[in-house]
Structure formats: C-alpha cells, structure tokens
Design a protein around this ligand. Structure first.
Ligand SMILES: [Zn+2]
Length: 230
C-alpha cells in the first residue's frame, strides 16, 4: 500500500462516497452508482418501440425521427434523488454516469444508430451562472465518453423565462416559444442531431429547441432524455 492509497482509504473512511440515488456508501468496485441501484433503476426499455409513450406525447408538437427516455421518474424515487443531486448539489459525475448509461442504451438501438451529433438543451445564462453548470452538458459529456460527437454550444437561451413549475400547460408553451438561438448552424447542416434533456415533462422546451434546430437545411432531430414521468 502506498502512502497515497493509505491517505485515500482514510479519507474514504471518514467521508465515504455515497450513491446519489439511494445514499448508501459506494464500494470500491462500484462506479458512481451502487450495484443495487443499477439493478433496481426503473428502465423504460422504450427506445426500440415505435410510437412509444414519449413519441405519443410529442406528436403534433414537433417534427422528429425518434424519441425516448431511459428511466421512469417517480416522486421520492432513486431517479429523482440522482437528478436532484446532479442539479442542486453539484454531484457532476452522476450526470456523466447517466449520460454514459444513456449512450450504452442508444448504441444498442437501430432507431438511433445514425445519430451524428448530440446537442444538449441549454440553460438560461442567469441559471448557468448561479448553478455554475448545465446538467444537460454533463449528460452530453458522458455520451462523448462513449464515442458520440457532441456540440455543447449549438443552442443558447435568449430570454429569461420564470419558473415553469407553477404555470398551467398553455402558459408553459407560451413561455418557452422563441427563446432559443442557433449557433454553428453550418456544422449541423444535413446532420441527424440527438437533442438531449434531463427530464421530459410537457415537451415545451424540446419543442422550442427543435423549432430552432429545424431552421438548418437538411437537419433531422431525435430526442432522448434521462427520465420521464410515468
Ligand atoms: Zn444506490
């Protein structure tokens, strides 16, 4: 045992790494999520299914090739805990881990096999400066670790929209339309873009992002999120 590993072991003893989904201590052989969570997470397995629940939710709202979400999100459940740690407690590595898991799922799936580039849904600059990072960028970084090409700055959010959580559906749609600006358009011409988000709710944000992307000639857009409500 070297001095470095001895020090690391002592640090682990007093400050063990905790699983962001269930709060148990992470063992040395585990990677950012405990084995129990890896087996118990509620995977949707909907990537290969045409007309899946997410696609039905987005029909008529945006023009897309395929859409999916990897996990079901339940109040107080492991997925909500992990995403909460990512968004509000600076647990950045869980974002990358979830991105790697999403990539593993999509790389097995023929409906997503010709994706050229991953584009994350952007955060408003004010939120970005208060949080310090965009959780969707970290998910994209995880996908990059698995070989996907990623363009982090293809879209930016141009207006502040107040918190959407207390608004009705109609207001939510009104709230996000036309707030995304496009960059690097030439690089995305004729490409199949995978637009990624942490959680799909109403789809209003994705619709506005897809509308901005669709101004690029020849572009095709697919959608993937880490989670969706059941
Ligand atoms: Zn766990």
């Amino acid at each position: 045992m070297t001095l470095g590993t001895a020090v690391a072991d002592i640090v682990d003893l007093f400050y063990p790494e905790l699983c962001p989904a269930c709060n148990r201590t992470i063992m040395k052989f585990e990677d950012r999520l405990c084995m129990d969570c890896l087996f118990e997470l509620p995977f949707t397995d909907m990537h290969n299914i045409e007309d899946n629940m997410i696609e039905q939710r987005l029909w008529g709202k945006l023009d897309f090739e395929a859409a999916t979400a990897m996990l079901y999100f339940k109040k107080g459940g492991r997925v909500q805990n992990a995403l909460h740690q990512l968004k509000y407690h600076g647990h950045l590595d869980i974002g990358r881990k979830l991105g790697e898991m999403l990539a593993d799922e999509l790389l097995k799936c023929s409906r997503f096999d010709d994706v050229d580039v991953v584009v994350p849904v952007p955060l408003h600059p004010e939120k970005l400066s208060s949080r310090g990072y965009n959780q969707c960028d970290l998910i994209a970084e995880g996908m990059e670790n698995k070989g996907y090409m990623v363009c982090l700055d293809a879209l930016s959010r141009s207006l502040h929209n107040p918190s959407q959580t207390r608004k009705g559906i109609y207001k939510r749609w009104e709230n996000v339309s036309g707030i995304f600006s496009l960059h690097n358009a030439a690089e995305l011409k004729n490409k199949h873009v995978l637009l990624i988000d942490d959680v799909i709710t109403s789809g209003a944000t994705l619709e506005a992002c897809a509308k901005a992307l669709k101004r690029i000639p020849g572009i095709r857009v697919s959608i993937a999120a880490v989670a969706c409500a059941e």
